[in-house]
Design a protein around this ligand. Structure first.
Ligand code: SF4
Ligand code: SF4
Length: 214
């Protein structure tokens, strides 16, 4: 019988599968892209410390804050990916995209959660939104996600209260200032109730009021 040899991939053939899986997390080397306005803040999404994210070993809470390029609308695919044209910012794509080799992931794995940019690094120390970001982190942190499957009834009630605080905070800071959804997602990340929904918790939503179904 004739033996078939599987071809070994040695280069990117620009299939776009990695771009469809989500935008890259940004690293220190990417700061000039933001400072020069090539990537606006509205195109970013903050993944707060403790949020569950997909990692090679499964879904785990992220150990550091990450700022990623967001998807468009409800799509998780990188907003700069076009099915017709591929990466529309190819010449200045972020570091993670430059080092990603799906056939040899050592370099991208070594970069994971290392030397990443967070909101403070992007905004600089004196930015007017930093006190609000800190207030939000204090009141609505994601620290409970690591124990989501084993919360007591009291802890579940506390999470529910945090969900409401998070929504009130967004109404005050984002709604009150006429902030775009893109900027809200950069300044405060995704609403807690959406993260819980992704984690398998049922959400009943009526306008801006939500209740959780554990
Ligand atoms: S790195 Fe791999 S998945 Fe990404 S575009 Fe290139 S070939 Fe496709
Ligand atoms: S920036 Fe470009 S290369 Fe990187 S994930 Fe987005 S579309 Fe793909």
């Amino acid at each position: 019988m004739k033996e078939t040899r599987k071809e070994i991939q040695t280069a990117c053939h620009r299939c776009g599968d990695c771009c469809r899986a989500g935008g890259p997390a940004l690293h220190s080397a990417d700061l000039p892209l933001l400072q020069e306005g090539r990537i606006p803040l509205e195109h970013l999404l903050t993944v707060r410390r403790g949020e569950p994210v997909k990692k090679p070993g499964g879904v785990e809470p992220v150990s550091v804050e990450l700022v990623k390029i967001s998807g468009e609308g409800r799509s998780w695919s990188c907003r700069y990916f076009s099915e017709e044209k591929g990466c529309t910012i190819y010449s200045f794509r972020p570091q993670a995209c430059r080092v990603l080799k799906c056939w040899d992931p050592a370099e991208i794995l070594a970069l994971m959660e290392q030397d990443t940019l967070d909101r403070r690094a992007i905004l600089g120390g004196g930015h007017e939104m930093l006190p609000f970001i800190e207030e939000h982190e204090k009141a609505c942190s994601c620290d409970f996600f690591s124990a989501l499957g084993s919360l007591s009834a009291k802890e579940k009630a506390e999470v529910e209260e945090r969900v409401h605080l998070d929504l009130r905070f967004r109404d005050r800071l984002a709604g009150g200032r006429g902030m775009s959804l893109g900027l809200e997602l950069f300044f405060f990340g995704r609403p807690l109730f959406q993260l819980l929904q992704t984690g398998g918790i049922g959400i009943v939503q009526q306008g801006r009021t939500v209740s959780l179904r554990w």
